[in-house]
Write a protein that binds this ligand. Structure first.
Ligand code: SF4
Length: 296
């Protein structure tokens, strides 16, 4: 499989911390993803990624990243894997993500990342060192507590229990971690029972936060793939028709019960001691401010 060429790895741009995880740069070391999520936004036509299910690595990424990090005047927080999962099928062997984390540690940068993979537990040592030195925030993308439903919707990803086990391993190592309950799929996962089970598991694993937007986005490319998945599985019969009737071609597809579910979510997070908003989470983790770049 061909490697992916690139010109620059780190894209600067500070996130709006009212609406997202804190970050100062984005970094994607791979193209494509093997987790096969039925609702994946990166399949959308607007991104133009061919053969999205085949993971490809950016050739020579680590020496290039080393040079880019060394050239920065100030360190910051790097968001990894925004357009793909940094812990994919190739990463177990190539260890490019691990190598990048070691470089972030070496140059005093922080990291924020969402993943569906339990492989991230392999790198608990580096992530914990980054957390101690600078800033680390790892969000586990887990959309349903129902393993059978997860196998239909996210066929290439580990079962929810394995993701929670990895969350527990990171928390045990001292890495701030929590639940990214996105998307919440109307007519499939938007229930109080699902929220209750996921939040209980997050708290039991030592997670510190849970973030949910109570809906899904669908657009050209992504929508068709999602509907094909719904049509393929007899247990999901009738769900596509509900989407078509409720949302048509709309991009934003909120749960019909979003308001009530949000109230329940907030109540459960309070009960379990989980942070449930970006302002609260980013403020809680902002214990070390950016420092002048060290000369190494
Ligand atoms: S893990 Fe993320 S990038 Fe990969 S298929 Fe699922 S939603 Fe897409």
């Amino acid at each position: 499989m061909p490697d992916v060429p690139f010109k620059r790895l780190l894209t600067p741009g500070r996130s709006d911390e009212r609406y997202f995880f804190r970050s100062d740069f984005t970094l994607n070391l791979y193209h494509g993803c093997n987790h096969g999520c039925a609702y994946c936004d990166t399949r959308s036509v607007c991104y133009g990624i061919a053969n999205f299910d085949q993971v490809r690595v950016k050739a020579g990424a680590l020496p290039a990243l080393d040079a880019e990090l060394r050239g920065k005047k100030r360190a910051g927080v790097v968001s990894m894997g925004a357009a793909t999962d940094a812990y994919n099928a190739l990463e177990a062997k190539l260890q490019v993500t691990r190598g990048a984390l070691q470089l972030l540690l070496r140059y005093g940068f922080g990291v924020v990342m969402a993943t569906k993979s339990a492989l991230i537990a392999r790198d608990a040592d580096v992530l914990a060192a980054i957390a101690r030195q600078r800033y680390s925030c790892i969000a586990f993308s887990i959309t349903t507590a129902d393993a059978a439903l997860a196998a239909l919707l996210e066929p290439g990803a580990p079962p929810p229990a394995e993701r929670f086990a990895a969350m527990g391993a990171l928390a045990q190592a001292g890495v701030p971690t929590g639940l990214w309950l996105n998307p919440m799929l109307p007519f499939l996962t938007d229930t109080r029972e699902n929220i209750h089970a996921l939040l209980e598991s997050t708290a039991a694993a030592g997670g510190r936060f849970a973030i949910c937007h109570f809906g899904v986005t669908l657009r050209e490319g992504d929508r068709e793939y999602f509907y094909q998945t719904l049509e393929r599985h007899p247990s999901l019969a009738g769900v596509k028709a509900k989407y078509v009737n409720a949302f048509g071609l709309a991009y934003m597809c909120p749960s019909p019960h979003a308001e009530a579910l949000a109230a329940y979510f907030a109540q459960e997070c309070r009960r379990l001691g989980l942070l449930d908003s970006f302002p609260a989470l980013n403020a809680a983790l902002a214990t070390v401010e950016p420092q002048q770049m060290r000369l190494l």
